[in-house]
Design a protein around this ligand. Structure first.
Ligand code: UGA
Length: 442
């Protein structure tokens, strides 16, 4: 099929390459000329396993192209994906400005019927708003004979496994009551449903709410575990034992019950704020979700709080090694990352950070620039030079195996604070290290 994609951010780009890879002809458009130039040369603009090869292969096969010309994209695709950003407004609601602007652009340029597929995460009611905007625009431009069909098709990909999530989706939610649009989407996604049908048809509003509900449920599980971990510490119980104990119940399951230093990233915090706003706006404040969000706000400071407890005379002049800057492994994304809350608090207290991350070093430099109290180290082990304590913020694989005797010889205060519970506490204790995880007995 001929498909176009507006917006070459995370969602748009990954969606585009995977569609091209199963044989569709895909044109991507973005207003950022530098980004487009880079993508035309098959250089990925984001770090995502598997993306580079797909980009290169499909550009070579001429199934994928990139342009800044919206007119080319509108002429090309009978299906047009909208995957532009929906940044939060000051009050936490999603800003639909870009989505509606793109809708107007498409309508202005189209000379045949088009199906718009909304891939961006948007508040409930957006599809209707897009439909209405398109209709008004069509009649304003004297093109009322043309038809714009609108589909809500939220994405569920995870950063770090975005390509494989897109290639092997758990489900494909298609929200529209338009029969033709349904059959177009069924044809488009047929290659992704070869072994079993993953298409779930529903109305627009339910599709939009499904996206928020999924993220809100996952975030709720995490905040529940984090709160329980804090209780476990007081009770001298072991949250890791509790996690395994409850996860073995298939009704609960093992996924997304890992306690930690708070959830981050570009999705959970933003989507929760947006859903809270929608609910409030509609007269039904979501009390549970508000608490989930509050617990997370507090949990982001847990690493710093633990450090403070060990240095009652303050952290000024201390040198703290930080392992992991990205909000989770396999990405260079530091949006709302726990590492940022920790580093910023340390700097406020006058401490120096010696940090390492396998992928997010340049992102960290971009965010914080050159400053005396931030030393970006070329390796994990370099961070330990003259360090008082080590704090682990992200569970990268490369942090899993450590010689604890050697670590003990490096850290002046012999203190390891682990926001991801990576190690066996006994082994660190044997090496003479003070080890504090999340929800572990002391
Ligand atoms: C999340 C969802 O998992 C995707 O399904 C969704 O499509 C995406 O948001 C989105 O809305 O676009 P992502 O933000 O990439 O994906 O990251 P996750 O792997 O879900 O992790 C989110 C945060 O939760 C991370 O900070 C992670 O460290 C934390 N987490 C996750 C925990 O603290 N404990 C867990 O057990 C799991």
């Amino acid at each position: 099929m001929d498909v176009s994609v507006f917006g070459t951010g995370y969602v748009g780009l990954v969606q585009a390459v995977t569609m091209a890879d199963v044989g569709h002809r895909v044109v991507c458009v973005d207003i950022d000329a530098n980004k487009i130039k880079q993508l035309q040369r098959a250089v990925p603009t984001i770090h995502e396993p598997g993306l580079s090869t797909l980009l290169e292969d499909n550009l070579k096969a001429a199934r994928l192209s990139f342009t800044t010309q919206a007119s080319d994209a509108v002429a090309h695709g009978s299906l047009i994906f909208i995957a532009v950003g929906t940044p939060p407004d000051e009050d936490g609601s999603a800003d639909l400005h870009h989505v509606l602007d793109v809708t107007r652009t498409i309508v202005g340029l189209m000379n045949e019927d088009r199906t718009l597929v909304i891939k961006s995460t948007v508040p409930v009611g957006t599809a209707r708003q897009v439909e209405q905007t398109a209709r008004e625009e069509l009649s304003r431009l004297g093109k009322a004979h043309l038809c714009v069909r609108v589909v809500s098709n939220p994405e569920f990909l995870k950063e770090g496994s975005a390509v494989s999530d897109c290639m092997r989706p758990d489900r494909i939610i298609v929200g529209t009551e338009d029969e033709l649009a349904r059959s177009q989407l069924a044809e488009l996604y047929a290659p992704f449903c070869r072994n079993h049908d993953k298409l779930m048809l529903m109305d627009n509003r339910s599709a939009e709410l499904t996206k928020y509900a999924a993220n809100a449920m996952l975030a709720t599980r995490i905040s529940f575990m984090n709160e329980l971990a804090n209780l476990a510490e007081i009770l001298e119980a072991d949250i890791e034992a509790v996690r395994k104990g409850i996860g073995s119940d298939p009704r609960i399951g093992y996924h997304f019950i890992y306690p930690g230093c708070g959830f981050g990233g570009s999705c959970f915090p933003k989507d929760i704020r947006a859903l809270l706003h929608t609910a409030e706006h509609n007269g039904l404040p979501l009390r549970l979700l508000q608490t989930v969000s509050d617990i997370n706000d507090a949990q982001r400071h847990v690493l710093f709080r633990k450090l403070q407890q060990h240095f009652p005379d303050g952290l000024a002049g201390k040198s703290i090694a930080v392992w992991g800057l990205a909000f989770k492994p396999n990405t260079d994304d530091m949006r709302e990352a726990p590492s940022r809350y920790l580093m910023e608090a340390l700097w406020r207290e006058g401490a120096t950070v010696r940090a390492y991350d396998p992928e997010a070093m340049s992102e960290c430099r971009r965010l914080y620039g050159y400053r005396e109290d931030l030393v970006l180290c070329p390796t994990r082990d370099d961070t330990l030079l003259d360090a008082d304590a080590l704090v682990i913020c992200t569970e990268w694989k490369t942090f899993r195996v450590v010689d604890f005797d050697w670590l003990a010889s490096k850290l002046r205060a012999g203190l390891v604070i682990d926001g991801r519970n990576l190690y066996n506490p006994q082994q660190l204790a044997n090496a003479g290290l003070l080890y504090q995880g999340i929800g572990l007995p002391q």
